[in-house]
Design a binder for this molecule. Structure first.
Ligand code: PMP
Length: 382
């Protein structure tokens, strides 16, 4: 038999009750989803600002397709980079107050690309322990040495920096972290990080997948000017797909020349690039969406029973820690029976013993949705 491990590993997943399967979703509203003919209120979407069905963005997607076609039809360094990409790069760079922006086909590819391209032999990568799988994979595929500091523990990071720089002052250091953490909803402390990085002459890489659009005065995220490189995906609050890396001109030039995931991959669809530009304009214009999210978030935390172990957050991500996998699965099932869709998140996505319900609140939820969700959670978990 060929590749015996395939059947073995799948059987093991089933045995551990971790066999993953997709569900096919009908309806595009985001607030509600239809699964197997039944309607649920959706609290597992990353369409944080509720832009997925925005008429202006949909119209821009159609206009983009008409002007530029649906496919880039080549990688960017061949003939795949056109006016739609250039305009989006400029719009995003202006929005973030950065010199340059580079587009990638996904956040996963962007993270891998940067870690791989910068992770040369005389480099160390210091990653927050809870950094996204793509940051870790990129770092592991590089030639750099890799260390992970305990989650948001800057004393630990300072100790690692002190130790490694004392041993080799020629070493280049890149500190990488998420801005808002995808599975916990808590935040990196940018001031603390930049102080440490400046002292150690290190670069900072910030993954703003879950903070772009929903944080910052105009939705630009949480990075300060001292953060060297920002990555954000378009697939969450921005409601299209693809991703960008924002940095200075020299780094941009370096990635265009050395980031393999950029060079050897078809450029993102120009129709999507055109729609994404409209989405960024919409985020800036409709800042009420961010404000509504904050209102709904406050409402949720004050409706929830105080015995529920909710990770404090000002983001859209509300992690309710239930520890045991079986409990998380059972709670998710009970919520489904009440017409609520909240996915249970379990190992290996999160560490053992930290299974959770990951509730995401979006700007297209109504106050009554949040009150009903809290009522159901209080019933199911208390
Ligand atoms: N970084 C983080 C923190 C994420 O949560 C995700 C998406 N799960 C990504 C990167 C990858 O982004 P994309 O979905 O665009 O590949």
């Amino acid at each position: 038999m060929k590749f015996k491990f395939i059947a073995e590993q799948l059987a093991q997943q089933t045995q551990l009750n971790r066999h993953r399967q997709r569900v096919s979703i009908a309806s595009s509203s985001g607030r509600e989803i239809i699964v197997d003919g039944k309607q649920y209120l959706n609290f597992s979407s990353n369409d944080y600002l509720g832009l997925n069905n925005h008429p202006d963005i949909k119209a821009a997607m159609i206009e983009g397709a008409e002007k530029f076609g649906v496919s880039a039809s080549a990688s960017s360094l061949v003939t795949g980079f056109n006016y739609a990409h250039q305009a989006l790069e400029e719009t995003a760079a202006n929005w973030l107050g950065r010199e340059r922006v580079l587009l990638f086909s996904s956040g996963f590819a962007a993270n891998q690309a940067v870690m791989h391209a910068l992770g040369q032999k005389d480099v160390q990568l210091l990653l927050d322990k809870l950094s996204h799988a793509s940051i870790i994979d990129g770092a592991l595929s590089s030639q750099a040495s890799l260390k992970r500091y305990r989650h948001n523990d800057y004393q630990h990071l300072a100790a690692l920096l002190a130790k490694t720089t004392a041993a080799n002052n020629e070493l280049n250091t890149l500190i990488a972290t998420e801005g808002v953490f995808s599975m916990d909803g808590d935040e990196a402390d940018i001031d603390a990080l930049t102080q440490l990085a400046n002292k150690a002459n290190a670069m900072i890489y910030l993954d703003e997948a879950h903070s772009i659009g929903i944080k910052g005065e105009q939705g630009q995220g949480i990075a300060s000017a001292d953060v060297d490189i920002v990555m954000a995906t378009f697939g969450k609050a921005i409601a299209t797909s693809g991703a960008f890396v924002a940095c200075d001109t020299e780094l941009h030039d370096y990635f265009v020349n050395f980031a393999r995931h950029y060079i050897y991959s078809t450029a993102i669809s120009p129709a999507i690039a055109w729609a994404t530009q409209k989405s960024i304009e919409t985020i800036k214009k409709e800042i009420w969406r961010q404000e509504k999210l904050s209102t709904l978030t406050r409402l949720f935390s004050c409706q929830l029973d105080s015995s529920i172990d909710l990770v404090p957050t000002t983001s859209s991500i509300h992690a309710i820690n239930v520890q045991e996998e079986a409990k998380a699965l059972a709670a998710s099932e009970k919520l489904k029976q009440k017409g609520i869709w909240v996915t249970a998140i379990r190992p290996p996505t999160v560490p053992n013993g930290t299974s959770r319900l990951r509730v995401t609140i979006c700007a297209n939820h109504k106050e009554r949705d949040i009150i009903y969700l809290a009522e159901c959670l209080n019933e199911v978990l208390v």
